[in-house]
Design a protein. Structure first.
Length: 140
């Protein structure tokens, strides 16, 4: 099966959280990113928000170290990595299908010289844990 790779330009919504895996002691960091399209409303001459995308980003090993040490809420970032969904149900038995971006072999970089875009609050379904279902990715 083919992986889907994406690049997302957005702003950090949550402070990175990090942990070490129990079996291999590998460092993992995760945070949420929001990307909102902006468009010019020709009637008013003002920029307005369009569709938005919110994803949870998982970073492994050395990338996780850099993210945990340097990424803060509101920072503009460019995230590149595999995009996948994880099936689950919430407490009410509803099956939301949030999108997740994994940064195992990708990059998460600040956008030099850019101004942060105010992010909207997270919506229902953004609060649940991430990861690729089976834990850490295979060793490289």
């Amino acid at each position: 099966m083919f992986d889907t790779y994406v690049t997302i330009v957005g702003n950090v919504l949550t402070a990175p959280e990090w942990r070490r895996t129990t079996q291999s002691n590998t460092l993992v960091a995760n945070f949420k990113v929001a990307s909102t399209a902006r468009r010019l409303d020709r009637d008013t001459g003002r920029w307005v928000d369009g569709n938005s995308l919110r994803v949870r980003v998982n970073c492994w090993r050395k990338l996780a170290e850099g993210v945990a040490a340097s990424v803060m809420v509101g920072d503009p970032v460019v995230v590149a990595g595999r995009l996948y969904t994880r099936d689950w149900t919430d407490d009410g038995g509803q099956p939301p299908h949030p999108l997740r971006a994994g940064g195992g072999g990708g990059r998460a970089r600040p956008v030099p010289g850019s101004e942060p875009v105010p992010a909207q609050p997270a919506r229902h379904g953004d609060q649940h844990g991430g990861g690729r279902g089976g834990g850490e990715p295979g060793a490289r």
